[in-house]
Design a protein around this ligand. Structure first.
Ligand code: TRP
Length: 333
């Protein structure tokens, strides 16, 4: 059987956080020995809502690359690429634009939600509305059959599958139909209790936060609003401090004991939070160590990006060649 081919990516608009880790990075790390993994730093996609502020995107390309390397993605096993430098993706996007109608894009639930959050007003950039199409180009350029993503990305994979089916029906069986793979924790609650950890909501703990940064954030974390005194019985369900303990504290006995005492009004928030600070900092420790190593060697990081992008360009150009041939635009002159 063919090796699984994975494509996934992130927009470089800021450092990656714990939500990225449990939503996708963890699965990439687990897969890297057995699958062929391509990871895209999606700067072109990031520009669709940051085109007035391009430095925000370009400044974060290396930030995201460092996060990848720090969490333990191994550049000998995975291919890390920069989207804007692979023009084949843009070409594929142009061809796919024909295969999607406007109404379908407007109904994409993730795009809808994002449009509501952003301040485009009536002036919705076509590039923004069409980014699911360029994401289909990202995925299909590498003939990926598996895409590990957070829950909010499911509509993008569905859109990609529609494009693949339509393309293959019209022009012949060229593109690979991808599947999404959703992690155990598809969406991590924010430190403010919001359902999603995100940079724009300012409720994130970053993989690059310092030990004291983690402490400050955890000590401020939203817990059970109905609980006023440590002797009041508290709720652990949907309470971020316990959600995080379950994920980041490997000491299951300690977590079970804390929960029991919390529900019984026998432990205060502060104690639960102190133990959580410790758990998260232990979790981040090896990530911090690897970050220092790569940080001290920026030339190596550049080399990893250069070689990864070159390899990606090679693969994408093979797909583009087949696509053009299938579309009868491979002229011989
Ligand atoms: N849209 C994704 C996000 O916002 C990033 C992304 C770009 C992506 N291209 C991709 C994810 C291809 C999976 C596959 O996080």
């Amino acid at each position: 059987m063919l090796k699984t081919r994975v494509l996934t990516g992130d927009r470089p608009t800021g450092p990656l956080h714990l939500g990225h880790y449990v939503g996708s990075l963890e699965e990439r790390i687990a897969l890297q020995k057995e699958a062929e993994i391509f990871i895209l730093i999606a700067d072109v996609q990031a520009l669709t809502d940051n085109f007035k502020n391009p430095e925000k995107v370009s400044d974060n390309v290396r930030v995201v690359a460092l996060d990848y390397l720090a969490v333990g993605l191994d550049p000998r096993l995975v291919t890390i690429m920069v989207q804007s430098q692979i023009s084949e993706i843009a070409e594929l996007t142009v061809f796919y634009l024909n295969l999607v109608n406007l109404g379908r894009l407007e109904q994409n639930p993730t795009v809808k939600k994002e449009l509501a959050q952003k301040e485009f007003g009536k002036e919705i950039p076509v590039g923004f509305l069409a980014y699911p199409i360029s994401q289909a180009a990202d995925i299909t350029a590498f003939k990926a059959n598996l895409v590990p993503v957070g829950e909010d990305q499911l509509p993008m994979i569905e859109q990609t599958r529609e494009i693949v089916r339509r393309f293959n029906r019209l022009y012949g069986n060229i593109l690979v139909l991808p599947k999404a793979s959703i992690s155990k924790v598809p969406r991590l609650i924010g430190i403010d209790g919001n359902e999603k950890m995100s940079k724009s909501l300012d409720n994130a703990i970053y993989l690059s936060d310092s030990p004291s940064g983690v402490e400050n954030k955890v000590m401020k974390m939203y817990t059970d609003p109905k609980r006023i005194h440590p002797t009041d019985p508290g709720h652990t369900e949907g309470n971020p401090i316990f959600t995080y303990h379950e994920i980041f504290n490997p000491n299951a006995e300690e977590v079970a004991d804390l929960k029991k005492r919390y529900r019984g009004g026998k432990v205060g928030d502060v104690e639960v939070k102190h133990l959580l600070v410790e758990a998260i900092n232990n979790f981040l420790e090896p990530i911090r160590r690897r970050r220092v190593e790569f940080n001290e060697n920026p030339k190596l990081v550049d080399k990893i990006l250069k070689e990864g992008t070159e390899k990606g360009k090679q693969v994408a150009s093979e797909t583009l060649f087949e696509v053009k041939k299938a579309m009868k635009i491979n002229y011989s002159f």
